[in-house]
Write a protein that binds this ligand. Structure first.
Ligand SMILES: [Zn+2]
Ligand SMILES: [Zn+2]
Ligand SMILES: [Zn+2]
Length: 153
């Protein structure tokens, strides 16, 4: 599906235009399928010879996350990362190591996990009369490598 078609409704609802730079940023995030910082997105755009300034990238990422097209991801390392939202094939949950900052994205959801998230969503929608479009899930802890290091020292 073309980017324009996929996100047309979201742009209409927010009364925003799909500008070439907004389109280019969303394209990069869809192609890369991982968390990227604004700087990384900026260098991808340069590689593709898109003329977008870094300030424009920051501004549009802000807007796209407000619109729910992009998720802002913060793993507690003080750096903002971004990933594409609301594409079922790319949906994943996160395990974040609070020592080394490593992030494990997983998609092999347990059946119960899926059912729980969906059920919880429906309950919240009714309770708060709110239409849920997406969610993010983070588990924070210590990865195996960091636990082994701790023991060794
Ligand atoms: Zn989920
Ligand atoms: Zn770790
Ligand atoms: Zn992620």
């Amino acid at each position: 599906m073309k980017i324009g078609e996929r996100w047309k409704r979201a742009f209409e609802l927010s009364r925003k235009r799909i500008t070439p730079s907004r389109k280019a940023i969303v394209e990069v995030l869809e192609e890369q399928r991982k968390h990227l910082s604004a700087e990384e997105i900026y260098s991808c755009l340069r590689e593709k010879h898109k003329k977008v300034g870094i300030a424009t990238v920051y501004r549009n990422l802000e807007l796209l996350s407000q619109m729910g097209i992009v998720h802002r991801v913060n793993f507690g390392d003080g750096k903002e990362h971004y990933e594409i939202a609301r594409i079922p094939a790319l949906h994943h949950h996160h395990l974040v190591c609070t020592v080394c900052g490593r992030v494990i994205d997983y998609q092999d959801f347990r059946k119960e996990e899926h059912e729980f998230m969906e059920g919880l969503g429906r309950v919240l929608e009714t309770k708060y009369d709110f239409l849920i479009q997406s969610h993010q899930l983070y588990f924070y802890g210590i990865c195996k490598d960091c636990r082994l290091k701790e023991v060794g020292e």
